[in-house]
Design a protein around this ligand. Sequence first.
Ligand code: SF4
Length: 765
Amino acid sequence: MRTTPHARTPPDNQKLRLSKPKKKAAGLPAVASSGVHGLRKMGLVKTVKTLRMVNQKDGFDCPGCAWPDPAHRTSFEFCENGAKAVADEAMKANVTPEFFARNSVEELARMSDFELNRLGRLSNPVHLAKGATHYAPVSWDAAFEMVAKNLNATDPNRAVFYTSGRTSNEAAFLYQAFVRAYGTNNLPDCSNMCHESSGKGLGQSIGIGKGTVSLDDIHHADVLLVIGQNPGTNHPRMLSALRDAKQNGARILHVNPLPEAGLATFKHPQDYMKLDFETTTLADIHLQVRIGSDAALMKGLIKTQLAHQALDLNFIKTKTAGFESMVASAEDTPWDRIVRDTGLTRASIEEAGAMLAQSKATIACWAMGLTQHRNGVAVIQEVVNLLLMNGHVGRKGAGFCPVRGHSNVQGDRTVGIWEAPPPAFLDGLEAGLGFSVPREHGYDVVHAIQAMADGKVDVFFCMGGNFLSATPDTDLTAKALANIGLTVQVSTKLNRSHLVTGKEALILPCLGRTETDVQASGEQFVTVENSMGIVHRSQGRLKPASPFLRSEPSIVASLASATLGQTHLPWEELVSNYDGIRDLMEASLAGFEDYNQRARQDDGFALPNPPRDEQRFETPNNKANFQTHTLPNIDVPEHHYVMMTLRSHDQYNTTIYGLHDRYRGIHGNRRVLLMNAEDMVERGWKARQSVDITSHFNGETRFAEAWQLVPYDIPRGNLASYFPEANALVPLHSTAEISNTPTSKWIVCTLNASGSLSDAGGEEE
Ligand code: SF4
């Protein structure tokens, strides 16, 4: 009889080792780390061969983040974390049916996420029958029949189809076409948990939910405001662009509760080959704000622009609306409040404001540090307000740059992975696909989990990702998943979502981005869209990890055929040559004209972006809208702290590559809590003190025990910890207004000593 496996990843019981945080990013240590991961997972020959194909024009797109490729590619066009992502996908180890026969689901769940990840590539489709303790092999056809039988036995709105941001445009488009042909808009995706606040905020302000700059704009900015983002770990090649911008005279304003090595000093590893040993100081100013105070900071910077009369009056008059009330709101916000909320001095804010006021071209870059807050949408709109004041949009070197953390998360949304698309988008689909599509909005991630918990979901299908670990409220989500009749994961590697499932489960192993994809008409390529709105080709080049893998498009086609027959679309024919899918996309989506021809261009093509291309705003009033918001209350009760979750330098989303957060000097253990040293002294605590964490939200609490304290340079009253471990402390309905994005950067906590100083584990280095 199957017992409920560990929903939370067990701790990696290695000794916690602490070293001095780094002030320099990349350099030779990044080369060494890339090499170690490559050799360990792929071996020497495959490492050299594979890494030379990453992000190359005739190669494959890095399955890591969505930072764009420069027109001129270097021979090694990847970063350390890109190398880890590729090594992970191209690893030699395999997880076979024989492996599953030897290891029960419960035994596997006792492994940590780090241990699970390095087990290898999934090689064959496997099935976990009702009540079974072990996965067993199943044929592809039987698997598709099983899913089809379950889907056809229920109401389409009792089925949910999740997408992770690695899915290619072609697979995502065919997937949404199948799901809508089946009869639902239940298409939640990982952007619900990351940049949904950016999409909603920008959409209301400038009429498009995407960034408005190109890579070349980054190189030509006067000032780059990097706020709520840690590019050194999450978008490392961005550091090269920041270095190039600095060499062109740009200045960088870094806003973050943590001093991150990536924004301090940067050394491009390839400079050594030119005997150039110089490093580049990136941030000119680091504003170390308190968690949740970015909106207050924006009010201060806006007041400073007004004081300097740094205003593009013609732009404001002709292209915008709402300026007066936005200004009144800023002027009504007293400096005392701004200083108290941010924890900064007025002088430091005015110094940064003066830098912005002198700028002729400003770009704002941001990530989860803004989006995963209660006021995520509002704070992003305050950033937009700041730049609109001086017309910093649709001009060289100026504009908005929400940096996407997943290689095709933006593309997936563009091609239809969207639970709440506007009528015009659905009209386009109907015109292109030739069949009517459902209009009732579907579930986003948080609503989907609530529906699962309420027993309203019979089938849950995941195209990639690690749903359980990526989502908030881990224990609740695990119980919700257990309510579902059938859960299906299309995956490349084993993760916790394969172990915490519905009553019955399937794992369908797919080709990776690095691998050749041969269909009836021959080798296929796919396309992805980067953070800058460039759609470009990716061609797998490696021999697949197993002969039993199938591509994501072909999995969708067979599933659609099994569920719907050859109705709606010629599913199998479409995957014989992906040009057919692209023709359908051209007929269904705005901006994809001559898609097959332009997809074959070396550098792909840019999708239309009216604010960037023409300083035109497709909002209801055809204006860029200043938005007026009051400041959120960021005070918490006495002895309460505000915690944010973050990635270590040795992980990518929920994938744990290793236990070395090298830049922050934290090694061997991930159940750690970064805390201000004075706050620790106040509680009589030392480094490695073991504490229990209780999070509080609307009278609800969540609990996590025995985390070790790490004294760190973080504002008083603030804490930081790693996800996915800390996701268990984020209550499901603690979400951002409007975007419903989980507030993983705003978790109100209390701490209690859970024991004397953790035993003789750790040593100082
Ligand atoms: S910056 Fe992002 S896309 Fe580029 S190599 Fe690194 S992880 Fe991959």
